[in-house]
Design a protein around this ligand. Structure first.
Ligand SMILES: [Fe+2]
Length: 443
């Protein structure tokens, strides 16, 4: 795998927590942006990564970054490590037991009045919109004390669907929480062995789980790898379709692949489910000597059409461009939709460019970035009183190589190619992380 210096460029960690007041802006911040863009990602407590590669980066301590917008201005920036036992060992060693033993460094989600920091499998933490750690979530405890970083919320019923995949039995649990965040479904799904599952999908009637070609290999730990995950040719790739409120899961075998992120899914008719995803023909594949990973290929857009009546699934290559970190207007989650937004990947080591894909015509619209810069996922924020799917804004953090600082750009989601309508200039850097969320002030 191409080696990246984790202590340089877009991924380099920051060493301090800071607070900044009103921020310099080029352009015009829409005055209906009232809320906070929160980002989550790994940032070592020492301010410096040890080791190299994705698996040295991924497990590090969770740091949140928040950029607040109000009244047509970018009013503040703040960053905070989550208060966990790991944080306390570095910064409050006299009382580490007071803090939760979890490290939710992947995503942020607000549901049922609780704002959660989420990670793969660990316990969610409740946070405030000013990035203070409240503690373990009061309601969203997940299944078997854990929850995916990518639960899905039905925009109409308010239900939250999630899973918990672990390396110890039970390998997979599926759960639903109602619109108040209280669990209504918590069930084990039999799996023969542990599987790396990162994302899931929902429709109005079903949930879809992904049991693919990346699984565990604990012998890797003896060979010096930090995490025991790799591609397995001998595994079957399967889509698991389960009625939303539980029942029998049906598995549909697909061509070998890994899906890191789902775009969306929906019921096309009474017996057909469409699933759109970013697809990899291999992922975390070890080199022949087992010492390192091959470069992952670029992820591309693939559509699956699952026929529940015939018991078949067909797959379609929808586009060839390298893309990742897809986001949609979340009012369309689990529903027929037309647009999604994503990060462009010109190469395996670049997240550079913001795209909008239109399923009507199958074309990309682009906002390009200069070589050397890198950007996060574009988070969709609906315009106040929006009446159409793409009537809103995209908020995206951009690392500027020339100044080693970050900007936050605001794009018109309906006209991505026009470029930013506002650029917030931070005097500091928001390191490349995983995911984030828009937390509206009135939400
Ligand atoms: Fe993710």
């Amino acid at each position: 795998m191409t080696t990246i210096d984790l202590n340089a460029g877009a991924v380099a960690p920051v060493a301090r927590e800071v607070e900044l007041g009103e921020l310099r802006v080029t352009g015009t911040v829409p005055d209906d942006l009232e809320g906070v863009l929160v980002r989550n990602g790994p940032n070592p407590l020492s301010g410096r990564f040890e080791g190299e590669g994705m698996l040295a980066w991924w497990p590090e301590a969770a740091m949140l970054h928040g950029i607040a917008f109000s009244g047509g201005q970018a009013t503040s920036y703040r960053n905070r490590w989550l208060r966990t036992q790991r944080w306390a060992q570095a910064y409050a060693p006299d009382n580490t037991a007071a803090w939760p033993d979890t490290n939710p460094n992947v995503n942020v989600l607000r549901h049922a009045g609780e704002t959660l920091a989420l990670a793969e499998g660990g316990m969610p933490l409740a946070i405030t919109s000013t990035l203070d750690t409240v503690g373990l979530a009061r309601r969203h405890r997940g299944a078997a004390q854990g929850m995916t970083a990518h639960p899905k919320v039905d925009p109409q019923t308010g239900e939250l669907m999630m899973f918990h995949a672990g390396w110890r039995p039970p390998f997979l649990r599926y759960g639903v929480a109602d619109k108040a965040g209280e669990p209504t479904v918590d069930m084990e799904i039999p799996l023969a062995e542990a599987s790396m599952m990162h994302d899931m999908a929902i429709t109005e009637t079903h949930s879809i789980l992904l049991d693919l070609n990346v699984g565990y290999d604990f012998s890797m730990l003896q060979r010096g790898h930090r995490m025991p995950l790799r591609w397995h040719d001998e595994r079957s790739a399967r889509l698991g379709v389960i009625p939303r409120h539980g029942g029998e899961i049906r598995w549909f075998e697909i061509a070998p692949c890994f899906i890191q992120h789902v775009v969306n899914a929906y019921d096309e008719d009474d017996t057909t489910i469409v699933l759109d995803a970013i697809w990899y023909p291999s992922f975390l594949r070890l080199t022949s000597d087992g010492r390192a990973f091959e470069d992952n290929p670029l992820g591309t857009l693939r559509r699956y059409r699952i026929d529940l009546a015939a018991g078949t699934v067909r797959e379609y290559r929808a586009a060839d461009e390298g893309i990742e970190l897809p986001r949609i207007n979340e009012r369309c989650t689990g529903r027929s939709y037309r647009y999604f937004y994503a990060v462009e990947q010109p190469s395996t080591v670049e997240m550079r460019g913001i795209v909008r894909f239109d399923w009507d015509g199958g074309s990309f619209e682009r906002c390009a970035l200069p070589p050397g810069d890198q950007n996060s996922e574009p988070v969709f924020v609906p315009r106040r009183g929006a009446t159409s799917e793409d009537d809103g804004w995209l908020l995206c953090c951009v690392y500027r190589q020339a100044t080693a600082t970050s900007d936050v750009v605001v794009l018109d989601a309906g006209n991505v190619a026009a470029g930013p309508i506002a650029t917030v200039h931070l005097p500091t850097r928001i390191p490349a992380g995983f995911h984030g969320a828009w937390l509206p002030n009135n939400g």
